[in-house]
Design a protein around this ligand. Structure first.
Ligand code: PMP
Length: 474
């Protein structure tokens, strides 16, 4: 249930418990988030409210505009499926900070582990004097990632860093250079990962020159290409063989369900065919599971849906409950190709992030969140599909588990309609429901709810979204 009350008390009034003051003034903000927060949508101001607008002005004067914001409400606490802002509004979170807070914000096991770790020590640098948490995370990665072969892992900070290191490892292992990537791919914003990423604006435009030896081939995009998985794979492989040459390929790098590029689920058979081709041709098959990994798609890793066993897996986001941590995990013989000192970084596998990851993994397993992701998909997909029957602007509803999307098109031409997509997202935002958009053409609404969200809150959020989608009906 939503409550929409009158305007909040003015800033500085007696009830101004969360007053936004000068630099560094965070006093008075509610600091206890987690699942104990009331799990209901509740708006007391328009969005953004006055305190958020005040912080936005400070942000404009201090933060580079290149770091853009989807919904300018400043958060002060979060937990379960709720974000509380500085004006006292409670919003439904259907984005999980881009697929990060899979276990919910401030999940208890994450909080407990991090508190214990921060009191023990905060950093030594694993490459200087190691600690157990790093090793324990690598053991968990070996246990959880697809395949029961001998594995090794290396830990980093961001998804981009993991992908970049996976490419380094594939290159040194194969002594080859070419990297195959796909249309609509997103792999990050560093120099190498910009080159691996497909979409020019905003990710690449003006930021070149880009790294060489990256070759892009068509993805399987069933809604747009109508091909079966094997047909789409044959098309991609044909291009690789004729334009790159199999013997030059160090790695085939793919998101098993594409994230930023539009939540594209490849047709069945596409991923296995590429993995098989890679193995047959001595190329390393790298799954970028940064967004799909750790229960998001209703499997611990999205490759499992088609029993694909990647040589290397890049992970990040959902693995550490909101702390920055990423990893490359893979076949020991490939991982061990990199010489001592060739991998690493000052903060990679920071002790707090490792403690958080161990708490997040325990939560995923003990709370049955892989199954929860599946039930979220089963609950939400039929509702979205029933709206799609009435709204021709909905080109396709798709997704796996709790990684769900609605592709919006012009019903007359079938062309992507980014403007209508933006209108639906804004309508949701105004009602206090955080949905995200994605897609090379900006015409896909995506849902990534925390798996800790309750059914009532999820239903309320989806009702707001379906109402917003209905506005596109003729
Ligand atoms: N790969 C994929 C599939 C992603 O979704 C992302 C982030 N959206 C990245 C890589 C980059 O991760 P990060 O932003 O942590 O660098």
């Amino acid at each position: 249930m939503t409550t929409i009350a009158g305007p909040a008390a003015p800033i500085g009034s007696a009830s101004d418990a969360n007053g936004v003051g000068g630099p560094g003034d965070l006093a008075g903000a509610p600091v206890v988030g987690g699942p104990g927060l009331p799990q209901r949508r509740h708006l007391v101001t328009e969005l953004p409210g006055p305190r958020s607008r005040e912080l936005l002005a400070r942000r404009d004067a201090a933060v580079a505009r290149g770091v853009s914001i989807a919904l300018p409400v400043f958060v002060t606490a979060a937990g379960g499926g709720i974000l509380v802002d500085v004006d006292g509004n409670s919003l439904i979170d259907l984005g999980s900070g881009i697929a990060v807070t899979t276990v919910g914000n401030s999940a208890p096991r994450v909080v407990d582990n991090v508190i214990a770790q921060v009191q023990a020590f905060t950093h030594t640098c694993f490459m200087i004097t190691p600690y157990e948490g790093y090793v324990a995370v690598c053991e968990q990665l070996a246990r959880l990632t697809p395949g029961d072969h001998d594995k090794r892992s290396a830990l980093f900070n961001s998804g981009a860093e993991a992908v970049e290191n996976a490419v380094k490892i594939a290159r040194i292992h194969t002594r080859r250079q070419a990297v195959i990537v796909f249309d609509h791919a997103y792999h990050g914003r560093t120099n190498l990962t910009m080159a691996l990423t497909a979409k020019n604006h905003p990710y690449k435009n003006g930021f070149g020159p880009f790294a060489p030896e990256i070759y892009r081939v068509p993805l399987s995009y069933p809604f747009r290409d109508g091909l079966t998985g094997p047909e789409a794979a044959a098309r991609a492989i044909g291009i690789i063989e004729s334009q790159v040459g199999a013997a030059n390929v160090a790695a085939v790098l793919i998101e098993p369900v594409q994230g930023e590029g539009g939540f594209v689920v490849p047709a069945e058979g596409f991923l296995p065919a590429l993995a098989d081709w890679s193995r047959a041709n001595g190329a390393v098959f790298i799954a970028d599971e940064v967004q799909t990994g750790f229960a998001r798609t209703g499997a611990m890793f999205a490759c499992e849906h088609e029993a694909v066993i990647p040589d290397l897996v890049a992970t990040a986001k959902g693995m550490a409950g909101g702390l920055p941590l990423s990893a490359v995990t893979g076949r020991a013989e490939i991982m061990e190709s990199a010489h001592p000192g060739g991998l690493g970084g000052t903060y990679g596998g920071n002790p707090l992030a490792c403690a958080a990851a161990l708490g997040a993994i325990e939560t995923i397993e003990r709370d049955g969140l892989v199954a929860r992701a599946r039930t979220i998909g089963e609950r939400v997909l039929p509702r979205l599909r029933s709206v799609a029957e009435r709204v021709p602007a909905i080109g396709e509803v798709r997704g796996r588990g709790a990684m769900l999307a609605v592709e919006i098109v012009d019903p007359g031409t079938g062309e992507p309609d980014a403007a209508a997509t933006g209108r639906v997202a804004r309508r949701c935002h105004e009602q206090g429901v955080v949905v995200l958009t994605c897609g090379t053409d900006g015409n896909v609404l995506r849902l990534l709810p925390p798996l800790a969200i309750g059914d009532d809150l999820l239903d309320d959020g989806i009702a707001v979204l379906t109402d917003a989608l209905e506005t596109l009906a003729p």
